[in-house]
Design a protein around this ligand. Structure first.
Ligand SMILES: Nc1ncnc2c1ncn2[C@@H]1O[C@H](COP(=O)(O)OP(=O)(O)O)[C@@H](O)[C@H]1O
Ligand SMILES: [Mg+2]
Length: 238
């Protein structure tokens, strides 16, 4: 029996104005998978994430969350359906404390899930607790990245969409973010992880989908990709 599909795109075309960015793209993430979405800069990773989250709605094709069609729905409705999107620009409320940022984001999941609360977040991300009374705007880039992931978890999503969480961060912070995603994976959280850097995804992701020029060009286990020199040299910057 195959695992339940949590989120999928089927044959989506996405445009910015008159320029087409995604071409009949299909992608599926099953329960408990940690799916890496890999591709060079400009390949369409962020656009794919934004399409799933309702920020760049597809002109044609379907998007499903837990089997329900959500294409064309507003981003807040898709969030309520269970997609927890962490965009690359790390949106926190800078004038609010870390703890207020977490409290504001608290909600139950689509089936009433309430696993995540402040205590569980601080247990998972112990670095945040001593910062709880700090203004979010005064955190370092790495701390803000942790906070945006934590805020999204407070919404009890059925899948977490992370757009290049390691981008622009110091190696020691990148390592911590990797450890956090591994912990989430081991808890069974479903993750779609957009990354340019395949090495970051090794030891984290279970599966890999490769995107190039707005189309999916490869899908397999991350281990199979690791050994595939042709695909790596053709589609990934290594
Ligand atoms: N707001 C936008 N308006 C027009 N073109 C855009 C916009 N955002 C991204 N693009 C273009 O869409 C393509 C895919 O971008 P993006 O999805 O951000 O790629 P990636 O995340 O893989 O680097 C690129 O050619 C980029 O220049
Ligand atoms: Mg991007």
């Amino acid at each position: 029996m195959s695992a339940r599909e949590i989120v999928s795109a089927e044959g989506i075309d996405v445009f910015y104005g008159t320029s087409q960015i995604l071409f009949g793209l299909s992608l599926s993430v099953s329960e408990g998978q940690t799916m890496a979405l890999l591709g060079r800069n400009g390949a369409g990773k962020s656009t794919t994430m934004k399409a799933l989250a309702g920020i760049a709605p597809p002109r044609t094709g379907r998007i499903r969350v837990l089997g329900r069609e959500v294409q064309g729905a507003r981003p807040h409705r898709i969030a309520r359906a269970g997609l927890g999107f962490v965009p690359e620009d790390r949106q926190v409320f800078p004038e609010h404390t870390v703890e207020d940022n977490l409290i504001i984001a608290a909600k139950k999941g689509p089936a009433g899930q309430d696993h995540w609360n402040l205590a569980r977040i601080y247990e998972m991300l112990p670095l945040l607790e001593p910062l709880k009374n700090r203004m979010a705007g005064n955190l370092s880039g790495g701390e803000q990245q942790m906070l945006t992931i934590a805020r999204t978890l407070m919404g009890n999503p059925v899948a977490l969409l992370l757009d290049e969480p390691s981008e622009g961060l110091a190696p020691v912070i990148v390592e911590r973010i990797g450890a956090l995603i591994r912990k989430l994976r081991d808890m069974g959280v479903t993750v779609l992880l957009a990354e340019q850097n395949m090495h970051f995804c090794l030891g984290i992701a279970s599966h890999a989908t490769v995107i190039d020029k707005g189309q999916i060009v490869y899908r397999d286990s991350i281990e199979a990709l690791r050994k595939d020199e042709t695909v790596k040299s053709r589609y990934l910057a290594l």
